[in-house]
Design a protein around this ligand. Structure first.
Ligand code: 9PG
Length: 499
């Protein structure tokens, strides 16, 4: 039906199957809802598919080139979102009015997209090609102050999906942003020994311990096995944490050889490429397959039995790529089914999801990475600027997407990625390092990868002070904060995607 609604001081024409007044806006129903808006070529809030995907306010009258290296597309955004790139987002989208208020259209169902142009703001749900047709998709529509509108949206989401279980995020030492895949048992034990008195809760082993994606056993660099290492971490007073990418498989894995029928396939019957990394392609598991589900459950139980109770689950978007599945579910519903299996097997363990679809992970994760990877440099010229990949590792890309996802905070712990205290092996300027620290305070999630051996005495004191202070945060605007009375200004993010 076509109807008109009055919202604050604006009249909107809209098309939907149902419209219902709610205390803080409207609830709409419809697999497709379309609103005519009066704002013209204003700013559009573009919300990327998963943790790393580009998220920002962007002007509707200026296009942004699509990332040009197609090999990376699967790990950049949902394939459908390259069609109207960048004026399409996952789950939620918004437009800015002349006076700074915003008009938000937020899905309450999964597999939804929000698109905009200078005349319309619209939402669509993706239905499986031949699956059963369910009730029409549900949407929340609101207009007003940006923070208030996003907050009402999160309260609707939390009613449907639930929220995280822990009050305070743990402070985490993570091996990635110093040692990368070059970790060894010896290096980690020595970093652990140095950190003995440092105020962290979690010591997390990242990528590099496993045989390969799919074969989740200790490799030859971890001769004593992962249980022995977890025990050492526990004895040092930390919660043992570990990285896994449970939904992806590498061509060289024995898993692929043993179970070629467990992989997600396209219409031609070929395995869906989920991205390029580690010098090769990688594929996705079909997480709706019952045998895959029991394998996933066993994997998590195994890692827990080794003694790990903080799990960083990465590259999760792979299970939400389009493909033919054992059960014909829409992409994000299929993903959520897989994540539920992991969540259940994880029991009381703390689950941080990364590279993960956003709405589809709510209620199942304790924490979520909400931006791409930081790096010990500001911007990677080649991949970010020349190839237009705004998810490529780099501090500017990470800060941009993270700042635009702070609204998720009431729903779970939000992880902005690590801070760098070190000056060694680091191209970030002091100001740039400070932005990361302030962002950590703003999100409430504090982590680093710096080994103490890389820090001088002053830097070690800085790290401890960083971990032990609890500054008072006031948000003054979209890009403006006060951290213990000091103004922190992220306005360099306005309109800035290339430098
Ligand atoms: C381990 C890392 C770290 C990191 C994760 C994730 O597009 N890419 O090629 C790409 C590679 C790695 C990556 C993100 C994107 O990082 O976010 O914290 O755990 O994996 O491999």
């Amino acid at each position: 039906m076509q109807t008109q609604i009055l919202i604050d001081d604006i009249t909107l024409s809209l098309q939907a199957d149902g419209v219902q007044l709610a205390p803080d806006g409207y609830l709409l129903q419809g697999d497709q809802v379309v609103l005519m808006h009066p704002f013209g070529a204003t700013l559009f809030y573009r919300h990327g598919f998963h943790s790393w995907s580009f998220c920002s306010w962007i002007p509707l009258d200026r296009s942004l080139p699509r990332p040009s290296d197609g090999r990376f597309w699967p790990q950049i955004d949902h394939p459908v979102q390259f069609e109207d790139y960048p004026f399409v987002g996952s789950g939620v989208g918004a437009l800015q009015a002349q006076d700074g208020k915003i008009l938000l259209l937020g899905a309450l169902d999964l597999d939804t997209r929000v698109r905009a142009d200078r005349f319309t703001l619209s939402g669509q749900i993706q239905r499986p090609p031949a699956g059963p047709v369910g009730p029409p998709a549900r949407w929340y529509l609101a207009y007003g102050d940006e923070e208030a509108v996003f907050e009402s949206y999160t309260s609707h989401l939390s009613e449907i999906y639930g929220h995280g279980r822990h009050d305070k995020a743990p402070r985490v030492w993570c091996s990635w942003y110093s040692m990368y895949t070059r970790i060894t048992q010896e290096k980690l034990l020595s970093a652990l020994e140095d950190l003995r008195q440092a105020p962290f809760e979690v010591f997390q082993i990242d990528d590099g311990w496993q045989v390969c994606m799919g074969d989740w056993e200790a490799n030859e660099k971890f001769a004593a096995g992962m249980a022995a290492l977890a025990e050492k971490i526990r004895q040092s007073g930390f919660t043992p944490g570990i990285w896994l990418a449970p939904f992806i498989v590498q061509p060289k894995s024995s898993l692929i050889r043993l179970h070629p029928d467990w992989l997600l396939r396209d219409e031609r019957g070929e395995w869906v490429v989920a991205g390029h990394n580690w010098g090769d392609v990688f594929y996705s598991l079909d997480v709706t397959h019952p045998d895959v589900q029991s394998w996933l459950k066993d994997l998590i139980m195994k890692v827990r039995s080794w003694g790990f109770s903080y799990l960083k689950l990465d590259f999760l978007y792979a299970a939400a790529l389009p493909g033919l599945r054992y059960q014909q579910l829409p992409d994000e519903q299929a993903y959520r089914m897989g994540l539920s299996v992991l969540r259940q097997a994880a029991g009381e363990a703390y689950v941080l999801v990364c590279g993960s679809p956003i709405l589809a992970s709510l209620g199942l994760a304790d924490a979520m990475r909400i931006g791409p990877d930081v790096a010990p440099y500001w911007q990677d010229e080649t991949r970010s600027n020349l190839l237009h990949d705004l998810t490529s590792p780099g501090t500017l890309n990470a800060i941009r997407t993270t700042i635009h996802r702070l609204w998720l905070r009431p729903l779970l712990h939000i992880d902005p990625d690590v801070v760098f205290i070190r000056e060694r092996y680091n191209l970030l300027l002091p100001d740039q390092r400070q932005y990361l620290k302030d962002l950590a305070y703003i999100t409430g999630f504090l982590a680093t990868s710096d080994p103490l051996a890389w820090l001088d005495d002053q830097e070690t004191r800085d790290l401890i002070q960083f971990l032990e202070s609890h500054p008072h945060i006031i948000r003054l605007g979209r890009y403006l904060f006060q951290v213990d009375g000091r103004t922190v200004d992220f306005r360099f993010l306005e309109d800035k995607w290339r430098t």
